[in-house]
Design a protein around this ligand. Structure first.
Ligand code: EPU
Length: 420
């Protein structure tokens, strides 16, 4: 397993390009199961998770070819409807093939995703949505089996105890585009990636309105055609570079930064002491030497994203005072807390909240990545720590950050990948 070796202390300076959004690209690729003809997707990030999705779709009868950031997908054979456990356990987003398979092939067999480093991640709301659209759904041998002679529009409530489900809303939306009649998703997830999926489906001939709001109305159509579509930029990658600029007291120009999707992040980072200025198509982020402590609470969009909680927590370790970070989406998403502690951070976890006592310095240490965003947080901590940090298991980072260490090195970070 590859490692990153980081020598902390460099102020990051220069410019960086934000890649396409992982969490938009994955469901949009899955949605291609429903399209007649070839779909061309642009701005697809080069990530391990995208490769996983391509492998899964090939097993489901598609040809998938890539040329740089352009991916072309064509359905060739509609016989296989089984997303097996081998693939699903490597990537939970595999669940996104359920809605499209059911809508187009009338049956889907998808391994039930298991446990995950960021906590309990049930898919009950996905299954309820499929049932509301008229599918028979049962669990056998660890797989969800869903089938329906035809799907019919329905009113479906997508809210749960921790907010609306993002991929659940996407699955319901994808199943509903080819259903008969009107589907209304109430309390739908409003994340920009959900809206991007809807915009892609509309470009293929679907009839979806209200995407990006809690009430999405889908009028079923008979078929979806091919199209060319450009994936939105990744707000989480952009946010990670903003935090890197603030943490290292640097100045980074972030190109293709989707600032309009990042208001909660901008609000918190400005409060902490970052300067964030729009400059033509880019955003320039720099920071004051003194970082202010703040309260951060993760919430569904447009609130502060859970996918940036670990990274902002790493930043707050160096603030001048006590901060409070509360996780309202995945209350157990705190595996990075113990690892940051190994680097000298003073953190106390109380249920879904971490009290961060700012310290003057972090110190390099060997640490272990546990999931994608926690790993990014450890890299950020390594960039500011005194001495050398070794981050193990960086395959987690390769799942969701394109050429992360190369981008950081081009900004002046002393980071290198050591191949196993
Ligand atoms: N939930 C349920 N029942 C369900 C589904 C979800 O109770 O059927 C709960 C979850 O346990 C959680 C909350 O609802 O407490 C929200 O989960 P959601 O379903 O929205 O998460 P997801 O769709 O599985 C996506 C992203 C995650 C991101 C979350 C929250 C993709 C592929 N994944 O997951 O991204 O953290 O939304 O914004 O879009 C990442 O990129 O690192 C990542 C984990």
């Amino acid at each position: 397993m590859d490692q990153f070796i980081i020598n902390g202390g460099s102020r990051l300076r220069g410019q960086v390009e934000v890649a396409g959004a992982k969490n938009a690209a994955l469901p949009i690729m899955a949605a291609c199961l429903m399209c007649d003809g070839s779909v061309t997707l642009r701005n697809v990030p080069q990530l391990a998770d995208v490769e996983h999705m391509a492998t899964l779709l090939r097993k489901l009868g598609l040809t998938v070819t890539r040329d740089g950031h352009t991916v072309r997908l064509t359905v060739q054979d509609e016989m296989n409807c089984h997303a097996d456990y081998e693939l699903v356990r490597q990537m939970r987003a595999s669940i996104c093939v359920m809605g499209p398979l059911l809508a187009k092939r009338k049956r889907a067999r998808v391994a039930m995703p298991g446990g995950c480093a960021i906590g309990d991640r049930p898919v009950n709301m996905h299954l309820t949505a499929m049932r509301r659209l008229g599918a028979e759904v049962e669990l056998s041998e660890g797989d969800v089996h869903a089938q329906a002679k035809r799907l019919s529009g329905a009113e479906i409530f997508m809210g749960g105890p921790f907010g609306s489900t993002v991929t659940g809303t996407m699955n319901a939306m994808m199943a509903a585009v080819l259903a008969e009649g009107r589907t209304v998703l109430e309390c739908a997830a409003c994340e920009p990636e959900v809206a991007d999926l809807a915009n892609f489906l509309n470009a293929c001939g679907a009839n979806i309105n209200g995407q990006g709001t809690p009430r999405v109305v889908i009028d079923g159509v008979d078929s979806l055609k091919s199209c060319e579509y450009r994936i939105i930029p990744d707000r989480i990658e952009a946010g990670t570079f903003m935090i890197a600029a603030a943490a290292t007291n640097g100045e980074i120009r972030i190109n293709h930064c989707p600032l309009e999707h990042m208001l909660a992040v901008v609000d918190r980072l400005r409060q902490i002491g970052a300067n964030i200025e729009r400059s033509n198509e880019a955003v320039v982020v720099s920071s004051a030497r003194r970082l202010e402590p703040v309260e951060v609470t993760t919430q569904p969009y447009p609130g502060f994203p859970t996918d940036l909680q670990a990274q902002v927590l790493a930043l707050l370790c160096l603030a001048d005072g006590n901060s409070i970070v509360t996780e309202k989406i995945f209350p157990d998403r705190f595996l990075h807390v113990a690892e940051l502690g190994r680097m000298g951070a003073k953190l106390r976890k109380e249920g879904p909240t971490v009290i961060v006592e700012g310290v003057k310095r972090l110190y390099g240490a060997p640490v272990m990545a546990s999931d994608l965003r926690a790993s990014a947080a450890l890299v950020l901590a390594g960039l500011v720590a005194k001495g050398t940090t070794r981050v193990d298991r960086v395959y987690h980072i390769d799942r969701g950050y394109e050429r992360f260490e190369e981008k950081l090195a081009s900004l002046g970070a002393a980071i290198e990948r050591v191949k196993e």
